[in-house]
Structure formats: C-alpha cells, structure tokens
Design a binder for this molecule. Structure first.
Ligand code: NAP
Length: 184
C-alpha cells in the first residue's frame, strides 16, 4: 500500500524497549517489539526504497541506539533489535549511495522522551531531543552512522578498546542497579 506514496525521507523512528529478565518478560510483547523495531523498518525500507531508486533520490534514517553497539543484559532483546537497525542502515548506506539514496543509522543515548517511562528505566545523562534531531539531519548523506552526544561517543570509543564480554558485564551491573525493583 505504501508503494503508491512518494516519500522523500523515510525516518524509521517508532520503537520501544522492554527491560527485565528475558525469560520472565511476556513473549507476545517481545514479538511486538521485534515487529515495531525491526520488521517495520525492514518492510518500509524495502517498499519505499524501491520507489526512491526509481526516482534516483531519497533519504532513509534508522533510529538505532547506543545500545546497538553493546549487548545489554536485562535490555537484551531491545539491544539486539537496535543492533539490527544499526547494521541494516550501515549496510544500506553503502548499497544505495550509487542510486542517489542517502542512509543513516542514528544512535542516540538517553534522550528526554517518553521512552524510559514506558520502558520502566531511568535514563543516564539524558539529552534533549533537539540536538539529537539536528545531528541526524547534519550527518545524513555524510556518514553511515552517527552517535548523538560527546559523552556517548566517548563511551562507545572506550568500549571498542575493551573486550566485548567485559562491556557486557559492565552493562549488566549498570542496568541491574537501575531496575533492581523490577528484578526482585
Ligand atoms: N529516548 C531514548 O533515550 C532513546 C535512546 C536510544 C534510542 N531511542 C530510539 O528512539 C526511537 C524513538 O523513541 P522515543 O525516544 O521518541 O520514545 P517515545 O517518546 O516513547 O516514542 C516512541 C514512538 O514509537 C511509537 N511506538 C511505540 N510503540 C509502538 C507500537 N507498538 N506500534 C507502533 N508505534 C509504536 C510511538 O507511537 P505512539 O506515539 O503512537 O505511541 C512513538 O511515536 C525508538 O526507536 C527508540 O528505540 C530512544
């Protein structure tokens, strides 16, 4: 149905997170998250991307997350879904550039929206929305992916210097502290 629309810029933004112990979370809700965070961007990008290629112009943004860089216990499936968005966007950045389509995977850290309240977790050093959106528009067409906020860029840089299993354990400690009441 969306194939008939002439969309210049597709922003795959809709998404939500589920915190808590993976096996205790409701499977239907996990599947809903997979649909919203991964299947919807896949389908929309496939349908609208073909139209953009025909017109030889267009832009596609995937709103991933800094969680997409690190496997994050107690946010395990959410982080996996955001890694999916990150990789999908970065791969398509390279595939579609020759067709005149610009693609960006945007990776915000904590941002002041309703996200954390709905997920039931406190944000770490949250940014306001405006600089995140400005970065997104500035970096589109220039880079395959962009991390919002200097503190988040430093965090991801340091994580690259460290073993993945260490990062995962550190992430587990941080998250456990923030959702202790949910786990009890
Ligand atoms: N806020 C953060 O700290 C943060 C950090 C990293 C990444 N992100 C990512 O940023 C994106 C936007 O989130 P946000 O921060 O703006 O959170 P938000 O204020 O909670 O907005 C979430 C958006 O996703 C839509 N959505 C949620 N569940 C849905 C469902 N089941 N079906 C259809 N649409 C649904 C909502 O639509 P309705 O308004 O109609 O419910 C809303 O437009 C998400 O992909 C999120 O993963 C956020």
């Amino acid at each position: 149905m969306v194939q008939t629309l002439e969309v210049g810029l597709l922003v795959n933004n809709a998404g939500f997170g589920l915190v808590g112990s993976f096996l205790q979370n409701d499977l239907d809700r996990e599947l809903e998250m997979l649909d919203v965070n991964c299947r919807a961007p896949l389908i929309l990008t496939h349908e609208l991307g073909r139209e953009m290629v025909t017109r030889k112009r267009g832009g596609i943004i995937f709103v991933s997350s800094t969680s997409g860089f690190i496997s994050t216990p107690y946010l395990t499936h959410y982080a996996a879904s955001k890694a999916y968005d990150l990789y999908l966007g970065e791969g398509l950045w390279c595939e579609l550039i020759e067709h005149g389509i610009v693609v960006l995977s945007l990776c915000p850290g904590g941002t002041r929206t309703e996200f954390h309240e709905l997920a039931g977790i406190k944000a770490f050093a949250p940014m306001s929305v405006q600089p995140v959106v400005s970065l997104e528009l500035r970096k589109l067409g220039k880079k395959p992916s962009a991390i919002a906020g200097w503190h988040n860029r430093i965090m991801i840089f340091l994580e690259r210097l460290s073993a993945r299993w260490i990062n995962t354990n550190v992430a587990a400690r941080v998250i456990r502290k923030r959702i202790r009441s949910t786990l009890e």
